[in-house]
Each structure stands twice: as structure tokens, then as C-alpha cells.
Design a protein around this ligand. Structure first.
Ligand SMILES: Nc1ncnc2c1ncn2[C@@H]1O[C@H](COP(=O)(O)OP(=O)(O)OP(=O)(O)O)[C@@H](O)[C@H]1O
Length: 307
């Protein structure tokens, strides 16, 4: 049976005065999905995340977290929510375990539950080696892990992370991304970021906002693996351009380097067999024949420049 969404936003809008920052946005996130929130500056990502986390009232629309309406049942809805703001609310003078115990108690966990929850979260977030350190003395990467740990110490089913890898070095970013992927296995996760490669490496789904509206949403797998119409061809002993142009279903030939071409083909009819046969028969020295999938960057630029 199809599981109910853990995050559901219906016709969500937010006006600042007469200016519409978020315009009738609807989407759902299910358990096991990590959704990358993308958009150019001012697209409405922060406004949407603030509404989802109960920090900003929508002008209209409905938000449900794990089935609880955020407006009608705010306590029940928020008990299901973990939030890492762009600037994590850390107390630098606290030790890691003290701070996490404090956060767990704020979420209403009993002393016994707190003890177990902190142990678990230290383990999940790779903090067992630093649990007695002062937060102020941790590296930025470890501080970010503590920020994620405070967001999940009460075992929420929904996690919202605002630019979680900003300011981290590549090694720290990598380990925080691995952690987010792990979180996504059991929860519904939304990650806002400007890093498209980050979305490609950790997200299952993407949502692109432009001027407050959603211009694209869906599973990354489906969006990036649509029927391919372009082939990259590498030949050591290339024939004439005219010969390449008369390959079946080839509409246009573009030169990339002296030995490489991009063949634009009719949709759904890639002439790979014909190329391999011709290359063998006419000794073209074929060294590359690759279908070109669209990258998220191409898709993002197409969509955000169109609107
Ligand atoms: N408090 C406010 N008062 C008036 N306008 C606002 C307010 N907050 C945001 N805006 C406007 O709403 C629009 C959306 O802003 P928002 O911060 O949600 O975008 P964003 O996608 O998060 O951008 P960025 O990537 O730059 O953080 C912008 O045009 C912004 O100037």
C-alpha cells in the first residue's frame, strides 16, 4: 500500500505586503525521499522552509507534517519535525553531550529517554569521539554534525535542512552528505542548497522554484534519464563530416574537438548499431560512443532562464 506523505503542502502562498513571495505551492514528501529545494536567489526557498517549520505563517494554504495540520495541531506537528537552520542554534560554551541532552529535554523527552536518545544520536552523527568536547572547539564540520544531531535527537519523521554544507571543506561536506543520505532512509527530508552536484549526489527528488512558483518537481532518476537524443562520438581516424551526417537518424553533427563529435539524433532512435558497424567496416578507430544525459545544471539553467 502507498504510504501517506510525511510532508504535505497544499496551495501554500505567502505575501509580503502586495508582493507574492510564494505562490500556491503544492507538494508532498514521503518517507525515504530526500528532496533538494533549488532556486535562484529570491525564488522563495527560505520563505517556504520557514512556513514548513512553523516559523512563518502562510497567507493561505495548508501544511501537514506526519498527518498533523501545522495550524490546527502545532505541537503534534512540530514534535514530528527536526530543523537545521542555516545558522545552527548551538551553545559554544556547552559540551556536545550536555547540549544534546538539553535539546532532548526541550523536546519533552524524559530523563531515561534522553539518555538513550543522546547515545543514539551521537552514534548516528559520528560524534562519539567528541562528545565531551566544548562545541566552541569543534571544527565547522563537527559543529554542523552537532546541528544535525539537535535536529534529530527526538526522532522526528520530518527533517528540514537549510544549506547544511555551507562553509564546509570538501571532506566535511562529503561526510555531512553521507549523514543526510542515511537520515533519508527512514524519514522525509528537505534540503535547501545552491549546490547542484550536492542535489545529484544526495537527493532522490528535486523541486525547483522560480519567482515563488514551482517550475519543476519530480524524481531525479526520471528527470535526468529522459530519452536521450545526443551521442558523443570519439574516432581516431574520422571520415568526412558529410559521412557522419548521413548516418541513420542523425539530424545534426557538432564538432567538439578534432576527434570528438556530438551527434543530435531523432528522439528515441539512437543509431548506435549503425555507428559501430560503420566504424568497424570503415576503420574509424572508434574509442567513444556515449549517450549524453542531461545534467541537473542544464535543466536548472533551462528552467530558470525561461521563466
Ligand atoms: N520579510 C520580508 N519582507 C519583504 N520581502 C521579503 C521578506 N522576506 C523575503 N522577502 C522577499 O521574498 C522573496 C523570496 O525570498 P526568499 O528569502 O524566500 O528567497 P530564497 O529563495 O530563499 O532566496 P536566497 O537563495 O537568496 O536565500 C524575495 O524577493 C525577498 O526579497
Amino acid at each position: 500500500m502507498d504510504e501517506l506523505p510525511l510532508i504535505s503542502a497544499v496551495e501554500l502562498s505567502r505575501f509580503y505586503g502586495h508582493f507574492c513571495a510564494v505562490d500556491a505551492l503544492s507538494f508532498e514528501v514521503k518517507r525515504g525521499q530526500v528532496v533538494g529545494f533549488l532556486g535562484t536567489n529570491g525564488a522563495g526557498k527560505t520563505t517556504t522552509m520557514q512556513m514548513l517549520t512553523g516559523n512563518l505563517a502562510p497567507t493561505s494554504g495548508q501544511i501537514r507534517l506526519a498527518g498533523f495540520d501545522l495550524l490546527d495541531s502545532p505541537l503534534a506537528a512540530k514534535s514530528q519535525l527536526g530543523y537545521l537552520p542555516e545558522h545552527p542554534p548551538l551553545y559554544p560554551e556547552c559540551r556536545v553531550d550536555e547540549y544534546l541532552r538539553f535539546c532532548a529535554r526541550l523536546h519533552g523527552l524524559s530523563k531515561t529517554e534522553t539518555h538513550q536518545a543522546v547515545d543514539e544520536v551521537l552514534n548516528t552523527c559520528g560524534l562519539t569521539g567528541v562528545y565531551r568536547r566544548l562545541i566552541a572547539n569543534l571544527s565547522k564540520g563537527y559543529q554542523q554534525r552537532v546541528g544535525i544531531a539537535q535536529a534529530i535527537v527526538h526522532s522526528p519523521s520530518v527533517v528540514v535542512l537549510d544549506e547544511p554544507t555551507v562553509g564546509l571543506d570538501p571532506v566535511q561536506s562529503h561526510s555531512v552528505r553521507e549523514l543526510i543520505q542515511k537520515l533519508g532512509q527512514q524519514r522525509a527530508v528537505i534540503v535547501s542548497t545552491h549546490l547542484l552536484n550536492e542535489v545529484q549526489s544526495i537527493c532522490t527528488h528535486v523541486q525547483i522554484l522560480q519567482a515563488g512558483r514551482c517550475v519543476l518537481q519530480g524524481a531525479l532518476r526520471d528527470l535526468l534519464h529522459q530519452p536521450v537524443t545526443t551521442l558523443t562520438l570519439g574516432l581516431h581516424h574520422a571520415p568526412s563530416l558529410a559521412r557522419l551526417k548521413i548516418l541513420p537518424n542523425v539530424q545534426q553533427v557538432e564538432s567538439i574537438t578534432p576527434n570528438k563529435w556530438r551527434l543530435h539524433c531523432s528522439p528515441g532512435q539512437l543509431p548506435t548499431d549503425a555507428i559501430v558497424q560503420a566504424a568497424a567496416a570503415e576503420r574509424w578507430g572508434l574509442f567513444e560512443l556515449t549517450p549524453e544525459y542531461r545534467t541537473l545544471e542544464q535543466l536548472f539553467i533551462e528552467l530558470t532562464q525561461l521563466s
